[in-house]
Design a protein around this ligand. Structure first.
Ligand SMILES: Cc1cc2nc3c(=O)[nH]c(=O)nc-3n(C[C@H](O)[C@H](O)[C@H](O)COP(=O)(O)O)c2cc1C
Length: 335
């Protein structure tokens, strides 16, 4: 029996639900080609980072300033205004253009801003390039003791509202799990204009080198166990928010993707496993989903989606507080 793997994400009809998420692989046109050849039904480009743009822009600014000094008569109009000088995003825009021209699948841009003005400005610039959708990679870490959780949540919502007003294409919002009341936050993000939530951003944690006594950035690829947090929240949100739900963090095997789909994911995304195992892992996961669904009597991904959500699972308490108590008390020490 053939299984219909198609899924509708951000208004796009995708051939199947295994999408490469933002990573160095999707920041490079050759890798994008390889991923599409391996069957990627869409790609999320690596993020455009506002800090990087501003850094590049400052370098341009410095050299222009230097030029202005050398050529003393340099008038305002002689050198372009810094505000109009989009040197920073040029490489990114070139990547979008090549991806749009050269691959036949939808291209989702990704933006990581810092200032509200920067977020809006670059969202508009990216939206003008013909990408099918935009993912907002919101990576925000609060270190300010004065900021309340309500302040932080308002900032997220303001941002999504402002970008929603500025661009008309579908928006996915990639967030971390650290909210006191994620169901309420998810609903508000959806109401603010998010067409999808991408769960969850991984906040990379620095380590301490005990020899050099330095704090070292230390990127570790994910482990499938990280998917459990995602699965729990997918299950709780499934059918309860208007927007699509994408799963990211810990999808390495077909079984991982299947769990995310059964919990309610519209698409599953992969980065670490593709970096570790290469593009064929995407095909493996796609084929594994098809095989499992077929052998378990499902006709389509749509039929399976959300069948083990909080609202529909036969034992939803495993997702919540009762599950916590049962799990802890059922653990048997081995010595
Ligand atoms: C090396 C590397 C670079 C990444 N770059 C980005 C990025 O530019 N933008 C973004 O939103 N996520 C980025 N991510 C996060 C991934 O898209 C993904 O959400 C995360 O790694 C969890 O998924 P995984 O378990 O499949 O790796 C990056 C991840 C890795 C490992």
């Amino acid at each position: 029996m053939s299984v219909d793997l198609t899924t509708r994400y951000l208004g796009m009809q995708l051939e199947h639900p295994v999408v490469p998420s933002a990573s160095p692989l999707t920041g490079d046109i050759d890798h994008i080609h390889t991923l599409v050849e391996a069957g990627a039904p869409a790609v999320v480009l690596a993020s455009l980072f506002e800090e990087q743009i501003e850094h590049d822009a400052m370098a341009v600014h410095d050299s222009l300033e230097m030029g202005a000094d050398i050529f003393g008569e340099a008038a305002e109009g002689y050198f372009p205004q810094l505000d109009d000088y989009n040197t920073g995003p040029e490489d990114y825009l070139a990547l979008i253009r090549r991806a749009k021209d050269e691959v036949a699948v939808p291209v989702i841009g990704s933006l990581n801003g810092v200032t509200t003005g920067g977020w809006i400005r670059y969202a508009e610039i990216l939206a003008d390039q013909g990408i099918e959708a935009l993912e907002l990679n919101i990576y925000r870490l609060t270190t300010d003791f004065q900021q309340t959780s309500a302040d932080v949540e308002r900032a997220y919502l303001n941002l999504v509202e402002k970008i929603r007003e500025s661009v008309s294409l579908p928006i996915a919002v990639k967030v971390g799990p650290y909210f006191s009341s994620f169901p309420q936050m998810a609903r508000q993000l959806s109401d603010a204009g998010a067409d999808a939530l991408v769960l969850f951003n991984r906040f990379y944690q620095p380590d301490i080198d005990l020899e050099t006594l330095e704090v070292i950035p230390n990127l570790k690829l994910s482990d499938p166990v990280e998917l459990r947090l995602v699965v729990r929240w997918l299950a709780i949100l499934s059918g309860q928010v208007e927007c699509d739900l994408a799963a990211t963090s810990g999808v390495h095997e077909p079984e991982d993707a299947l769990k995310a789909l059964l919990a309610g994911a519209t698409v599953t995304m992969m980065a670490s496993a593709l970096l570790r195992h290469g593009p064929s892992r995407l095909t493996t996961v796609r084929d594994g989903i098809e095989r499992w669904l077929g052998s378990h009597g499902y006709e389509s991904v749509a039929q399976a989606r959300g069948s083990l959500s909080y609202a529909t699972a036969p034992n939803p308490e495993a997702f919540d507080r009762v599950g916590y108590m049962k799990t802890l008390t059922s653990y048997v020490p081995t010595w």
